[in-house]
Write a protein that binds this ligand. Structure first.
Ligand code: ATP
Length: 456
């Protein structure tokens, strides 16, 4: 990811300059690997979430949305293995005190025992600190990524709890109430967009590796013998979602199967959808056949039986789970990488985001040709107000039209509507397309339908 610094820097700069992403707590010097979405970023993130819910829940017959809490009973994390096995191999530089993931240092090869969380060094690599160039001591420590906090109001009686290390866990815990209350036909899925927290060691990958993020998860419960076919179906659904809905190109997407040494011991199969952010392909989403391990583990630790009785086959079994777990921040970042464009027009650089209109923070911008003519601004304002109930639109009357177009291009607004003197005569406006920069004249009455049609 670090090789193509140029594009990465341009995107980071655009994100800050145009209110997509702000480093958290910047007035205090920032807070490592934590970011806030600004006004534009919040809208883009919301559009990604909405499209995910529309496609994965609303347009499916068998997937149900839940919204679980961040704090859960700490035993759930013992059952899942996170308290012991959710580790990264840590090396700390004695001189500059910076921490590194040993498996990411040059020349190192390590292997993790997925049950104990212990890392074995297969091959020791460079001992030069990538930061201060001092000597590293080759002692690898297991570093648990779970974040903790405390609950309880009586001093001295607080108990340690974990912030969700992965969002999906409360789907497993809600399997039982869901099964007993929802009369859902088997097989079915539960979907959730939720926060996850990880004490990541790796720094400096912008939104790709953050300590607080959102996961978009589907856990699809099915009979063990049906899981192979359903797994293939979900792989297709999820890959197509990135192409068709997020607009990611197939040249920058690929599948990677977990080799046996990486695959968690209970998984039947595990593939990741990877995206070529810059020079390297990196994970966007894991689509895994997790067998019946999750429900069995939570059943064992809670003393409950998390199973399903099939009334047709008259069989009782613990369902297998097909898990599709993608990250909102990584998807957001990939959408920006995919859509960032620069071109030179009449010796001037034009930056634009060729983002799918359904994802664009604002669907249209409305301008009066000049800001100081009430007859133009009033007319433009009435158009702006009429569009607001249906579309997220933005008003701009600062600077000349050319500058306004550039500002909208940079934030990916697909259509700019200008009210000019001709509007006062014939009730038409110009509507300018972000990608072709072509303008056409349409009637004011047709604007809503024009945008609706294009958004289809
Ligand atoms: P990686 O090893 O690439 O950091 P992972 O295998 O730990 O990812 P999972 O536990 O499978 O990731 O989480 C599912 C998804 O959650 C990932 O595919 C990714 O999109 C997202 N995700 C995981 N960790 C982070 C993080 N630190 N920052 C942003 N997104 C993350």
């Amino acid at each position: 990811m670090t090789k193509n610094n140029d594009l990465m820097e341009k995107i980071v700069s655009l994100c800050k300059r145009r209110g997509f992403v702000y480093p958290s707590s910047e007035i205090y010097g920032g807070f490592a690997n934590i970011y806030d979405f600004g006004p534009l970023g919040s809208l883009l993130a919301k559009n990604i979430r909405d499209i995910w819910i529309k496609k994965m829940v609303q347009e499916k017959d068998d997937v149900y949305l839940i919204d679980g809490s961040i704090l859960m009973h700490p035993k759930a994390w013992e059952a899942s293995g996170h308290t012991v096995a959710f580790t990264d191999p840590l090396i700390q530089c004695p001189a500059c005190k910076k921490r590194f993931r040993a498996d990411k240092l040059e020349g190192w090869q390590l292997k993790k025992d997925n049950q104990t969380g212990q890392w074995e060094v297969i091959k020791q690599g460079s001992l030069v600190c990538p930061d201060c160039k001092g000597n590293l001591i080759p002692t690898v420590k297991e570093f648990n990524l779970l974040m903790t906090t405390e609950v309880g109001s009586v001093a001295g009686e607080k108990s340690k709890v974990y912030l969700k290390g992965e969002s999906c866990q409360n789907i497993y815990l809600n399997f039982l109430p869901f099964r007993d209350t929802m009369t859902a036909k088997f097989p079915f899925g539960m979907a959730q967009i939720g926060k996850a927290f990880r004490n990541e060691i790796t720094l400096g990958k912008f939104l790709f590796k953050v300590r607080e993020f959102e996961q978009m998860d589907i856990e699809y419960f099915c009979a063990p013998e049906k899981s192979d076919n359903l797994y293939e179906e979900w792989k297709k659904i999820r890959y197509n979602w990135y192409v068709e809905e997020m607009g990611l190109s197939t040249e920058r997407l690929r599948w990677r199967q977990h080799p046996p040494e990486e695959r968690i011991f209970y998984a039947k199969d595990a593939w990741d959808i990877e995206y070529k952010f810059f020079d390297d392909f990196e994970e966007l989403e894991g689509v895994h056949n997790r067998s019946d391990y999750d429900l069995k583990q939570q059943g064992k630790f809670s003393g409950k039986t998390l199973d399903y009785f099939d009334p047709i086959d008259k069989k009782r079994f613990v369902p297998y789970i097909i898990e599709c777990s993608g990250g909102l921040q990584r998807t957001f970042f990939a959408v920006l990488v995919e859509s960032y464009r620069e071109e030179v027009i009449k010796d001037e650089k034009r930056i634009f985001l060729k983002i799918k209109p359904s994802l664009a923070p604002y669907k249209a911008a409305v301008f009066p040709l000049v800001a100081n003519k009430p007859e133009l601004t009033n007319k433009a304002k009435s158009i702006f107000d009429s569009l607001k109930p249906e579309f997220m639109v933005i008003w701009d009357d600062i600077g000349n039209i050319g500058k306004r177009y550039r500002r909208q291009d940079e934030i990916g607004t697909p259509w700019c509507i200008t009210v000019d003197y001709q509007t006062l005569e014939d009730n038409t406006v110009t509507i300018r397309d972000r990608d072709t920069m072509k303008q056409e004249r349409i009637k004011i009455d047709e604007i809503t339908e024009y945008i609706r049609e294009k958004l289809k």
